[in-house]
Design a protein around this ligand. Structure first.
Ligand SMILES: [Zn+2]
Length: 457
């Protein structure tokens, strides 16, 4: 095992220009420093691990640094070093999750009365500020209403909606974004390079995805990966250690769904279940898989997928095997099951039921609206095309409705062959006579459906 030690702390950005994905926030803060338009209270909101306290510290550093340049701190002077080390006498960090009462805010009130000892400004960085009690918020409001000129509050929260409007209205607000997969990958790549850890591309993707938009979480998973795999991280081993279902599994499942093979899908799931995968992760994986297929199926492109190139190629071919309607039906089943799944006391049984439903939803469906519109198109064509005037006209007594009932069974058998192997038979120009009954109409319809013009997608 290596002596490798990495942490989010070690690679925490020390300058605005090192912060990932938050250009809007960092640029605005730099401009504020350069134009000397400093507010007394800021509210940073956003998901966990996206850099709220990191940016707050850089801001405190830049404002108190005697050598600050272009709005960035020098990171060399005493002031910068002390803030980095968390020992600057004018920069206070509090976690409102554990210091949420009135006494804690009174302590801030007391400390706020005194001028800064070293720097120009005195900072209070309050993390998870939404956790404060109502009384504590009232006390905080009093300070924010009349802050001394040297005082700066930076409030950070994952739940801005829980903060009283009276507080929010006194703050400059900065919503921080989730960090893009590509940026997380770059950051992990950089750390791996500095730490001389070999890591393959698929592992980078996996770690970045598991980070779920939070760089700090991805860094934590990277640390864990190093402790599992040593200095050479390979996807196969990593997946095994993290006990993550492989992408291949989802492709296999979508194959069974395509085939409508409920029996095999249950056998397969039973095998998978022996691996002890987390069922929620598994369910999310299936949803994400069909979401990715939907994106590729609708756009014809794979750019929007957060996947490696080899996986993107697979999605490209798999997406062609589903129609847009088929994917929509599958997504509908998954979305309807989502909440039930989360709160289910027996996720295994529910997942089995969902898999069976997924494998049946497209084989059992007979899209009547599709058939109706086809019939209408045929009728319209027979009315507007002089070369085949009476070809498909309904004989008396046959309406769209009863025609459908008859078409239904025939059509059921035909839908598959039509969608899978469209033929290029030209429209029949046979003008020998009107069809006598509905089965004649059906055969006419079938011929039409088989042409390119009426191909059902
Ligand atoms: Zn400095």
């Amino acid at each position: 095992m290596s002596t490798y030690k990495v942490s989010a702390r070690k690679y925490r950005p020390q300058k605005f220009s090192d912060v990932s994905s938050q250009e809007f926030v960092t640029q605005t803060l730099k401009n504020a420093i350069l134009t000397k338009k400093i507010a007394h209270s800021y509210l940073f909101s956003g998901p966990r691990g996206v850099g709220k306290t990191t940016i707050a510290r850089i801001y405190a550093k830049a404002l108190n640094c005697p050598n600050s340049k272009d709005g960035e701190p020098c990171n060399n002077c005493d002031s910068c070093s002390e803030i980095t080390g968390g020992v600057h006498p004018d920069v206070f960090e509090l976690d409102a999750a554990s210091n949420r009462g009135i006494d804690d805010v009174r302590a801030i009130q007391d400390a706020a009365k005194f001028f800064p000892i070293k720097g120009r400004f005195k900072f209070f960085i309050v993390d998870e500020v939404h956790m404060l009690t109502q009384q504590a918020f009232n006390a905080l409001l009093k300070i924010l209403e009349e802050p001394p000129s040297y005082l700066i509050f930076i409030l950070a929260t994952t739940n801005p909606e829980k903060i009283p409007a009276t507080i929010v209205s006194r703050c400059q607000r900065f919503p921080l974004q989730r960090i893009k997969i590509a940026e997380i990958i770059n950051s992990i790549k950089q750390i791996a390079k500095e730490e001389k850890i070999k890591i393959d591309n698929d592992s980078l993707f996996l770690i970045a995805k598991l980070g779920d938009g939070a760089l700090r979480d991805a860094q934590g998973i990277f640390d864990l990966s190093v402790s599992f795999c040593g200095e050479d991280i390979k996807y196969k081993e990593l997946k095994h250690f993290l006990n993550i279902p492989d992408k291949e599994i989802y492709f296999k499942i979508s194959e069974y769904i395509r085939e409508g093979n409920a029996k095999e899908i249950l056998n397969y799931f039973s095998e998978l279940n022996d691996h002890g995968f987390d069922l929620q992760t598994f369910f999310n994986g299936i949803t994400e898989h069909f979401r990715d297929l939907m994106i590729v199926n609708s756009t014809g492109k794979t750019e929007l997928l957060d996947e490696s190139d080899s996986i993107k190629e697979k999605y490209s071919s798999e997406a062609k095997l589903f129609s847009a309607d088929q994917i929509s039906r599958l997504m509908k089943v998954l979305f309807e099951a989502e909440n039930r799944f989360k709160y289910s006391s027996n996720q295994k049984i529910l997942l089995e039921a969902i898999l069976v439903e997924l494998s049946r939803v497209n084989t059992e469906v007979l899209d009547l609206s599709e058939i109706l519109s086809e019939i209408k198109a045929v009728k319209k064509k027979s009315l507007t095309e002089p070369s085949a005037p009476a070809e498909i006209k309904s004989p008396s007594g046959i309406t769209d409705q009863n025609l459908n009932d008859t078409v239904k069974e025939e059509k059921k058998a035909e839908v598959k062959s039509i969608t899978e192997a469209p033929q290029s038979i030209p429209v029949n120009n046979d003008k020998t006579g009107k069809p006598e009954n509905s089965s004649d109409i059906i055969s006419k319809l079938k011929e039409l459906f088989d042409t390119e013009e009426y191909k059902i997608n």
